[in-house]
Design a protein around this ligand. Structure first.
Ligand SMILES: [Zn+2]
Length: 331
C-alpha cells in the first residue's frame, strides 16, 4: 500500500478536505414553474425565455433528463457554443462505447490531416465500426497480443471554452443559498470581453480514464472546501467539480470568492478526486489488501488556459480483439 500512497493521493486526502454541496440529480429536483424562474446567469425572469430544455450536464457527455429550471433560452444558446468545443475535446468515447447523446449514438470523425484519410467510428448495435480508409499512420496492429492501438485525432477546440462548460455545470448544480460564491465567476462567464482576472490561476483539469467501469448516464458532483485544519490561504477559496461520463472522470477547480486574484506565492492546493477507486474491486471480508499500481487507471493533467483554437490531446486507445476479418469477409 505504501507504494501507491507515494504516487497517488489516498481517497481520504480528498474527502477530508472537501464536502459535497450537491449533485446533478439533486439539482434537477428543483422544477419551478416558468413564471417563477430566474436565470442564474443573466437574471432573466421573463417566462417566455424558458421554452427549451436546459440540461445540467450537456448531453454530449451522454443522454439524461436532469434539467435545470434556472437557465434561460438565451444563455442556453451561449453555452451551446462552448459545448461544441467540449464535444471536440471529449473525442470518440460515445461512438466507441455506444452511448447515446440525444436520440442516437453519434458518429465520430477525426480531424482532417492533409496526407491521410480521417478515421471515423460508427457504432452499430453496440459494436464500434472503425473506418481507416488508406490511413496507416494512426493505428498499430499487434496480432500476437490481439491488440489494436488507435490514435484518434480530435478536432480543434478552445481550451477556455471547455473550462467554461465545466463552470456552467458547477453553477447549475450549486444550491441557491451558495450561489453567492460564484458571483464573480458568473460575471466572467457571461462577459465575452472580460479576461479571467486571475491570469496566474491554472485552469487545471484532471482526467481519469477507467478500465473496468462505465457510466451510461453522466453525473456530476460539486464540492466545497470543508472546515479543516488546512492552513494554506488558497485552500478555502477553491471549489471542485467531478464529472463522470462513460469511462472518463473529469475534475476541475474554480475560485469561489469575490476576488479572483490569486497569490501564487502560496501553493494552490489541487486535491485529486480518487477516481481510480472505481477500478478497484474490493475483495469480500477483507480489511486490507494490496493493489498493483500498474493495474490502476491512469490520470492525465490538462491545462485549459487559452482562448485560441488548439489541436492537441489526441486519444491513444488500445482495443483488444479476438479475430480479424477483412472488409471483404464482412460484406
Ligand atoms: Zn439567462
Amino acid at each position: 500500500m505504501k507504494e501507491i500512497e507515494k504516487q497517488i493521493a489516498t481517497p481520504n486526502t480528498f474527502f477530508n478536505n472537501y464536502r459535497k454541496v450537491s449533485d446533478s440529480i439533486e439539482a434537477a429536483k428543483s422544477d419551478k414553474p416558468k413564471n417563477q424562474r430566474t436565470c442564474r446567469f443573466c437574471g432573466s425572469k421573463n417566462e417566455t425565455n424558458y421554452r427549451t430544455k436546459a440540461h445540467i450536464i450537456p448531453e454530449l457527455l451522454g443522454a439524461h433528463n436532469h434539467l435545470s429550471d434556472s437557465e434561460c433560452d438565451l444563455c442556453n444558446r451561449i453555452f451551446a457554443e462552448h459545448e461544441n468545443h467540449l464535444a471536440n475535446f471529449y473525442g470518440p468515447f460515445n461512438s466507441l462505447l455506444g452511448i447515446r447523446t440525444k436520440k442516437k449514438v453519434p458518429v465520430f470523425k477525426s480531424r482532417n490531416e492533409q496526407y491521410c484519410t480521417s478515421i471515423s467510428v460508427k457504432n452499430e448495435n453496440g459494436t464500434p465500426r472503425i473506418f481507416f480508409g488508406d490511413n496507416l499512420n494512426d493505428f498499430k496492429f499487434d496480432n500476437d497480443r490481439k491488440r489494436l492501438t488507435i490514435n484518434f485525432k480530435k478536432k480543434s477546440f478552445i481550451p477556455v471554452a471547455v473550462y467554461k462548460s465545466f463552470l456552467k455545470m458547477a453553477i447549475s448544480i450549486c444550491p441557491d443559498d451558495s450561489l453567492i460564491h460564484f458571483e464573480s465567476l458568473i460575471k466572467w462567464l457571461m462577459d465575452v470581453k472580460s479576461k479571467h482576472p486571475a491570469n496566474q490561476f491554472p485552469f487545471l483539469l484532471y482526467r481519469t480514464r477507467l478500465t473496468k467501469m462505465k457510466f451510461d448516464k453522466p453525473f456530476a458532483t460539486l464540492y466545497f472546501p470543508s472546515i479543516t485544519s488546512n492552513t494554506n490561504p488558497n485552500f478555502s477559496r477553491l471549489a471542485t467539480i467531478v464529472v463522470h461520463a462513460g469511462i472518463s472522470v473529469f475534475q476541475t477547480f474554480f475560485l469561489i470568492d469575490e476576488n479572483l486574484e490569486i497569490d501564487t506565492k502560496d501553493e494552490i492546493p489541487f486535491y485529486k478526486y480518487p477516481a481510480y477507486v472505481h477500478d478497484i474491486k474490493t475483495p469480500d471480508n477483507c480489511e486490507k489488501f494490496e493493489v498493483p499500481i500498474n493495474s490502476l487507471s491512469k490520470l492525465k493533467q490538462i491545462i485549459l488556459n487559452g482562448d485560441k483554437k488548439v489541436d492537441y490531446d489526441d486519444e491513444l486507445i488500445h482495443l483488444s480483439f479476438k479475430k480479424v476479418r477483412r472488409s471483404k469477409d464482412i460484406e
